[in-house]
Design a protein around this ligand. Structure first.
Ligand SMILES: Nc1nc2c(ncn2[C@@H]2O[C@H](COP(=O)(O)OP(=O)(O)OP(=O)(O)O)[C@@H](O)[C@H]2O)c(=O)[nH]1
Ligand SMILES: [Mg+2]
Length: 383
């Protein structure tokens, strides 16, 4: 049996992990395990900690993106295959990566013809960002970061307008039409990874279609590198202890105070995510901010005091040292005298120039045989 690999790309905060969580969680309820692969420039990922809560087999590739560490990706695939009985692997590349057709999809098709089927490349996009990009704007991002967003959409086999639960019917169909006109070679789907709206339609396509990476981008790696380098990238883990803290309140206060600081610095937020968990219990909370203060949200609840592990990832358009200093300052201010923090690890960087392991300049033939996925589709979807 071949394993089906579904790549879910899209810019920071587009909703990739939420979609992976939804699929894995719903399949877990049906007794089906999927494999999930997360990816980042450094260890200490909120996405991994969150997705592990689904009971899926999760493998994290860190230290470099999939494109620049193709072996890391294929080792992760091999690890999941070795766990047995997993037909489907869903992989989430770093949100600031593009050129995935040339650097991931074609080499996967070429090197693993006998063991892997690659699904069409799906690229998620936040509707507000899409609206701005379609209007010729940058959605508040540096022009080179907006270039990455456009390139991601340009190479997609499937464009997924995500967070469709936030759109009226009229807005949704107008955005879909505009996207279809702008990128006529792609299929456009409306979906909500949060509510499950449109999920079965998209799954029915990606679980059976074997045609992946239909285009190779023309791309300027200098602009691409600049678009990544303007981002400060912080991964930070610590242990917090308090006899009286309400952790929901702590997370809300921290995210709001960070939003105020970034706004003051005029630093565009790619994504700030915060995961608080009690390791000996099932309780956790996840907080996100994908732009200004109005984008802050929290899922899960962790009211009771005690000891929690905190993982914080921030991708913000500012110098990495400054980002780290600012986050440290706000955490210690919010902790005050009531909360004790023990820092475990903090890595702050600005992503280096992308240097892919492989870059194919032509589209490889896709295998035509059927693969894993049929069973899952026959079960009638997940939502
Ligand atoms: N309303 C709504 N919000 C969503 C949906 N999907 C994701 N979000 C929110 O968007 C934010 C980012 O979601 P993630 O799934 O972490 O995004 P991501 O693409 O994995 O982000 P990176 O890992 O940083 O690249 C979170 O606040 C989610 O709650 C959706 O379908 N509807
Ligand atoms: Mg993610």
């Amino acid at each position: 049996m071949k394993t089906r690999i579904i790549m879910v790309g899209g810019f920071l905060g587009a909703g990739k992990t939420t979609l992976l969580y939804k699929i894995a969680h719903e399949y877990a309820l049906q007794g089906i395990k999927v494999g999930l692969i997360t990816n980042d420039q450094a260890a200490g990922l909120v996405d991994t900690a969150y997705l592990e809560r689904t009971g899926s087999v999760v493998s994290e590739v860190n230290g470099s993106c999939f494109c620049c560490n193709f072996k890391g990706l294929t080792d992760a695939i091999g690890y999941i295959q070795s766990q047995g009985q997993i037909e489907i692997i869903i992989a989430e590349p770093v949100g600031s990566c593009t050129d995935l057709s040339a650097t991931l999809i074609q080499p996967l098709k070429d090197h693993f013809r006998d063991s892997i089927i690659v699904s069409p490349l799906s690229v998620l996009i936040d509707p507000k960002r899409l609206e701005s990009i379609l209007g010729g704007g940058t959605s508040g991002l540096h022009s080179s970061a907006a270039y990455i967003v456009r390139k991601q959409l340009e190479e997609a086999d499937i464009i997924v307008i995500n967070k469709a639960d936030l759109l009226s019917e009229g807005e949704a169909s107008s955005l879909k039409k505009q996207a279809e006109l702008e990128w006529p070679d792609a299929s456009v789907f409306l979906l909500s990874g949060k509510s499950g709206l449109g999920l079965d339609d998209w799954l029915s396509r990606v679980l059976v279609d074997n045609y992946a990476g239909g285009r190779i981008l023309e791309i300027d790696y200098d602009v691409y590198a600049e678009g990544e380098a303007v981002l400060g990238w912080l991964n930070r883990t610590s242990v917090l202890g308090s006899e009286k803290a309400d952790w929901n309140d702590f997370a809300d206060r921290l995210l709001h105070s960070l939003a105020g600081k970034f706004d003051k610095e005029k630093a565009a937020v790619g994504h700030v995510k915060l995961f608080l968990e009690k390791e000996d219990e099932n309780d956790y909370l996840i907080g996100n901010m994908t732009g200004g203060e109005d984008t802050i949200s929290r899922r899960g609840s962790l009211k009771n005091a005690g000891t929690v592990k905190m993982t914080l990832n921030a991708r913000v358009q500012m110098d990495p040292d400054k980002l780290e200093g600012l986050v440290n300052e706000e955490i210690s201010r919010i902790c005050g005298d009531d909360i004790l923090e023990l820092l475990q690890e903090s890595r702050c960087l600005s992503p280096g120039r992308p240097n892919p392991t492989y870059r194919y300049n032509e589209v490889m033939m896709s295998p035509t045989s059927s693969s894993g996925g049929d069973i899952l589709v026959n079960k009638g979807g997940v939502s």
